[in-house]
Design a protein around this ligand. Structure first.
Ligand code: NAD
Ligand code: TYD
Length: 337
């Protein structure tokens, strides 16, 4: 039996991870701590909310007392920290909460992990800590940290705290740095689900700048399999880049989505660029590939098709998550478009 504390498990990647582990590892107990911010949703846990090996707890990772109580009560052996404010645009308009959750929240978890002698702490980080690339090259684990947005700066700070807890207190940790994820249950503020949602509703698709920024897309299930591999086989204090070698310009992705749902390219609307917009990300995953034997399985053409199908089949989920404050957010970001 492995007893795992997962934080942020009601968000996009966390919920996909919990679903995968519960399906593949019947001897695991997952305690899922999530504050349920706008990005966290109990509907993401459909099908396993009442599973006997899954315990959901609504709490903030900054609440060290609750975290320690849960570690004791459920004899937690490992912590995987997905909980974060995760959207770059929001970090530009309201950076403070990114520090509170991504930095102070991670520190709170690290203190609990140290004090309760947790066997392993896995920090779910991002390739955005490396900054941006020019037209060539890829991020390796040796690429200097050079975050450009308040979001990536907060994630970098968290990574450095994790490293320091390893060095100073002997905490056993791994850090994973993955590229852009897509797949089911992603909140439609991120590019792919936002564009799918707009295309389905015949709304303009807001492309920032010239649309030629490049992201290296990975299907969320591949990311989750890699995290499991790192949890079980990752060597102490190691950092693993995770990617799928799927570089696409934003325009290419948007056109693929429009073609898949049978909507005209005339819906594409170029809007003001994001301040400080990183031009290109690309991940070198050769370390996790050679050392842990992990490789992404989903190619982009299949993955985007199944993802679009999922959103088509889950219009109620889309409608629910885009009710309430979403309209206000959308209006602030994109005006009446
Ligand atoms: P998400 O925004 O969909 O989910 C984040 C979850 O964390 C939500 O359920 C939210 O309620 C919860 N949360 C936020 N603040 C909290 C707090 N103070 N206490 C407890 N729970 C809190 O994000 P995601 O896309 O699933 O990303 C998960 C992790 O993966 C993040 O750490 C992110 O930095 C990292 N990551 C994401 C991507 C990507 O493409 N989405 C890529 C690489 C790394
Ligand atoms: P996003 O999904 O926000 O991820 P990240 O900024 O972490 O890479 O954005 C992916 C790319 O899509 C990024 O280059 C910004 C761009 N983008 C748009 O062009 N329009 C949009 O409405 C959004 C949300 C993103």
């Amino acid at each position: 039996m492995r007893n795992i504390l997962v934080t942020g498990g009601a968000g996009f990647i966390g919920s996909n991870f919990v679903r995968l582990v519960l399906a593949q590892q019947p001897d695991c107990l997952i305690v899922n701590v999530d504050k349920l911010t706008y990005a966290g949703n109990l509907e993401n846990l459909e099908g396993f909310l009442d599973n006997p090996t899954h315990v959901f707890v609504k709490a903030d990772i900054n609440d060290g007392k609750i975290i320690e109580q849960l570690i004791d009560k459920y004899k937690i052996e490992t912590i995987i920290n997905f909980a974060a404010e995760s959207h770059v645009d929001r970090s530009i308009s309201e950076p403070k909460v990114f520090i509170e959750t991504n930095v102070t929240g991670t520190l709170t978890l690290l203190e609990a992990a140290r004090d309760k002698k947790i066997q392993k702490f896995v920090q779910i980080s991002t390739d955005e800590v490396y900054g941006e690339l020019g037209e060539t090259g890829k991020f390796t684990e040796q690429t200097p940290l050079s975050p450009n947005s308040p979001y990536s700066a907060s994630k970098t700070s968290a990574d450095l705290l994790v490293r320091a807890f390893g060095h100073t207190f002997g905490l056993n940790y791994n850090i994973t740095r993955c590229s852009n994820n897509y797949g089911p249950y992603q909140f439609p503020e991120k590019m792919i689900p936002l564009m799918i949602n707009n295309a389905l509703n015949d709304k303009p698709l807001p492309v920032y700048g010239d649309g030629l920024n490049v992201r290296d897309w990975i299907h969320v299930e591949d990311h989750c399999q890699a995290i499991w591999k790192v949890l079980v086989e990752g060597k102490p204090s190691e950092i693993y880049n995770i990617g799928s070698s799927n570089e696409k310009t934003n325009l290419e992705v948007v056109k693929t989505i429009l073609d898949a749902v049978g909507k005209p390219h005339s819906l594409i609307t170029f809007v003001k660029d994001r301040p400080g917009h990183d031009r290109r990300y690309a991940i070198d995953s050769s370390k996790i590939n050679s050392q842990l034997g992990w490789k992404a399985k989903t190619n982009f053409a299949q993955g985007i098709k199944s993802t679009i199908d999922w959103y088509l089949q889950n219009k109620k989920w889309l409608a629910n998550v885009t009710s309430g404050n979403y309209q206000q957010y959308y209006q602030q970001m994109y005006g009446n478009r």
